[in-house]
Design a binder for this molecule. Sequence first.
Ligand code: ADP
Ligand code: ZN
Length: 663
Amino acid sequence: MTVDVVLSVPLDRTFTYIWPVDRSETPEIGMLVRVPFGRRKMIGMIVGIDKHDGESKLSPDIVLKTVQDILPPEYHIDKQRLELARWMADYYVAPLGTVVPLMYPPAPGTKARGKRRVDAEFPLHDNQTINLTDEQVRALAFVEQRQSDQAYATLLLHGITGSGKTEVYLRAIEKTLARGKGALLLLPEIALTPQTEARVKKHLGEDVATLHSGLSAGERSRVHEAAARGEIRVIVGSRSAVFAPVRDLGLVVIDEEHESSFKQDDRPRYHARHVALMRARTAKAVVILGSATPDMESWHNAQKGLYELVQLSSRPSGHLPNVEIEDMRGDYAADGFSPRLLEAMETTLDAGRQVILYYNRRGYARVMQCSACGEAVSCPHCDIGLTVHLRPRRLLCHYCGFSRDNPRDCPDCGHPEFLPSGSGTEKIEIGLQAHFPDLKILRLDRDTTGRRGSHADILAEFSQGKAQVLIGTQMVAKGHHFPDVQLVGVLAADDGLHLPDYRAQERVMQLLTQVAGRTGRVDPGLVIFQTWQPEHPVIQAAAGHDYQGFSALELEMRSRLNYPPERRLLRLGVSARVLGEVSDAAQVLTDLLRSGLDAANFEVLGPAPAVFPRLRNRYRFQILVKGNLSVNQKAWLADCIAVMKDKNRNIDVIPDFDPAGIY
Ligand code: ADP
Ligand code: ZN
């Protein structure tokens, strides 16, 4: 007997192995096996079985190798997840064998060493009994109804931070468990949401486990096996947890469903929200998408009636944060702080309350600039300016990690003086300390959270009131619940509005809404948006909590320009070390696409140099395709790419379907 196996190699074909005679198991589609491949051993999935003499269909001079090992039944890919993997292979044009490894932990079967790690303790503030609001009741009723109908359905839960979404998730999970079904709760970045995790565990107890890349291989295997055996019924995790082998799946919750971290930016470039919807469809499960600023596509689907929409329009605490727009046009804020922000900080701190300051760039200064010719010191491997860091004192490439000392003389004009230009969280912290010398400040960004656990430690310290101010990048915007925070200052609210990406405005809206939501949890808080464009519609909408107004404008623009959700988008990234080779290849590919796709349904943009035209010594071009490619058209595209690569091995072409960003 022989079996056909797919392996995680970039070849879209199967490999045939002899089934070992000394094993009692019979082969089944979806089973994982260990097989010899070249000089290596690899894990593969069985996709075909030949019960007869396998050699009959093969030429006699091919010597088949034998399956070496069969993974335990916990690692069997069940029918639904197998269907999911096949869908992903088609949709993202990836060989099935490269999708399958998403379905099991990196080193399956590894024994977990030692005790389960206990995460940092967080005080949970919500102990009082809760009477659900009418809106929460409506959301739960929808979930229950669809679950009892055994029908796939999606609920979009639109509500600002603190409006009671998590309460709905927890109760929906509870009800799902009561039906004897399992649930998945996906969070954008599990390291950033220890509080949610603690809350879920408190609510649901031993049925719950977390799954994310920060766990050891042993811990991940243990959770995987327990879920597959049905001992763990709820998995909380980041995007890859969407593949967890939860049995009898009845509910998938995606919190902060608009977050781009649900998109994997490495092959296979899947979107966990899309995958979750497909998985729920085959499992006849209910999906809850929750957000204060739903993704345009989700919002559009709700508008069209494809999703049920429930809006949580107020906070149980009764307070929406009050947002002030501070006009920064003028020259008085050289260190980044307007007099208004400083005054509000003083009032807040005098009252014994806490402050969060948000600035979306780490480091001390954006670049070092020659004071004579203005040239900035940039990375030798990437066309990106090097960010200035003080502790330790280095110039650092935020893309590839290259670092160097300050240059003595300008490589362009020889002038011996460089000045830091632009700002970063390190500089903001120093500037703030100068205004308030006795203030205890914590900083939260990639530089202060490198060590494992340090992220949770900083949040715990702030939560316990060991510092009055928390300064940071996007990290301060996400998910935390600090009742003592009375003031949030956004130092540059318009940052990012004009990035060359059709999603730039949506991203700013999301961030501003999120960071503003960090205050006013207990009593009316204050948010100050410092901005150089006070009249900008996005700033206005974010300040006015007007997501609907924003989304109407945004959808109109998307539809006019044929961007998602009007049409789907494909980004083809073409790169190589030699500039001429890249630009030629990108042109050839663009011409192929233009001639192969009908202009009525497809728009091909480019080729154009990418936003970052050179990274890690590779020149980069991009081609955008607007339109809904069929599976056949995608296969044709894959062939075009394969032919190109055959002609020139130095060219790399990466298709990214539904890209999270265009860079
Ligand atoms: P979100 O997930 O939208 O940020 P949460 O579910 O965390 O909101 O709710 C915010 C706070 O309000 C929590 O402390 C929660 O316990 C509380 N809460 C939620 N729903 C209600 C309710 N119906 N009545 C009173 N308090 C509520
Ligand atoms: Zn670099």
